[in-house]
Design a protein around this ligand. Structure first.
Ligand code: SF4
Length: 359
């Protein structure tokens, strides 16, 4: 039996029942593809359900505030995906009169949509013959067809995509693409794939050559940069109500338009695995933090580590409780409204511990 036929047979028998597989609504399929980029299905599924329930149509998403979108996305990471998704929903309303584009180029023109997402939506919803090559497909193809060159190389990625294109089922490219991804995700897994029971094991290059653990080949290691962040958590009571200062992140750094605390970051290259003495904090204060009353220091948290794709963050939270409001260029918000503000997972982890200590 040929490869394509065997793959589709396996898919129709073994595919997982997922909500976006029960619809052909382009908005919902696109939403699922954006949420599932760099995210496992079990982690992404509750987010998909939350977004569908809050924004069942593209018009409703386009009308939403970015802060509400980020709040719903909180915990999923890669927040630029959420901002781009929101902008894309506005593009659909503005440039396509609210109708999801039905060509590859139209879908590809949406903010945050790359070759992979455009091919996935175009094939699954509109039956257009564009192959996909996400991490699951790259692994499966390089093992089965014996592509041993590094998959970091553009030439290898091109060859993998060509291989997928050569085997694409033109009657149902959407099912073919989903089958390739599903097979990589559930059978031809990164560690300990179930080779002996795999329907392809007799013809699989990697299995026959004993190279399953070596493929896909990689040549580059991702460089990870360490950052040391000292957060200033300042609370005060005004009129009997507790308040806290928040910082809205702007610029092109991580977590744009999300909220954290006023902070000091040590210059790049300084390594550190303990908190600063509170007197030493002052040495790093920029002018806008000179108003911090360090005499009202109450304590510092233990270290919180947080790993992003290219950055390892090490953070401490220094707690200050001045007797009155201080003159600071930050947002002073009632503690009981904290839930309205989208915060990165690192800050969320701290807040959960901190609020636990406060009650
Ligand atoms: S035999 Fe193993 S390596 Fe080959 S396709 Fe099947 S699961 Fe993947």
């Amino acid at each position: 039996m040929d490869f394509t036929k065997q793959l589709l047979q396996w898919y129709h028998k073994s595919k997982r029942d997922l909500p976006w597989r029960r619809t052909k609504d382009p908005y919902l399929i696109w939403l699922s593809e954006i949420i599932l980029q760099q995210t496992r299905i079990d982690q992404g599924l509750p987010y998909y359900e939350k977004f569908v329930s809050a924004y069942p149509t593209v018009e409703l998403m386009a009308r939403a505030d970015e802060q509400d979108i980020l709040k719903l996305w909180q915990g999923l990471g890669y927040y630029s995906r959420a901002r781009n998704m929101h902008e894309a929903s506005r593009m659909i309303v503005r440039q396509f009169n609210g109708t999801f584009p039905d060509t590859y180029d139209g879908i590809r023109s949406l903010k945050g949509v790359g070759d992979y997402t455009a091919a996935a939506v175009a094939s699954i919803v509109f039956g257009l013959p564009f192959p996909v090559a996400d991490g699951n497909v790259i692994r499966f193809i390089s093992r089965f067809f014996g592509i041993t060159e590094s998959t970091d190389l553009a030439s290898t990625k091109k060859r993998i995509l060509e291989t997928a294109r050569d085997h694409l089922d033109h009657r149902d490219p959407g099912d073919f693409n989903q089958a390739m991804m599903e097979f990589g995700a559930t059978q031809c897994t990164p560690a300990n794939p179930s080779c002996p029971s795999c329907v392809f094991h007799k013809a699989c290059f990697a299995f026959k050559q004993g190279m399953v653990a070596e493929l896909p080949a990689r040549s580059q290691k991702t460089k990870v940069r360490s950052r040391y962040i000292h957060y200033l958590v300042v609370t005060c009571t005004l009129g009997g109500e507790d308040y806290i200062y928040l910082n809205k992140r702007t610029g092109n750094d991580i977590w744009k338009n999300m909220f954290d605390f006023p902070q000091l970051e040590l210059p790049e290259g300084i390594k550190q695995d303990h908190p600063l003495k509170v007197g030493d904090l002052k040495k790093f204060f920029p002018a806008d933090q000179s108003g911090l009353p360090i005499t009202h220091f109450q304590g510092v948290s233990s270290k919180y580590d947080h790993l992003l794709t290219h950055q390892r963050l090490h953070a401490w939270f220094y707690h200050f409780r001045p007797e009155q409001k201080i003159e600071w260029p930050y947002l002073l918000v009632p503690m009981k409204r904290l839930d309205d503000y989208p915060v990165p997972r690192l800050v969320d982890r701290y807040l959960k511990d901190f609020l636990y200590l406060c009650v």
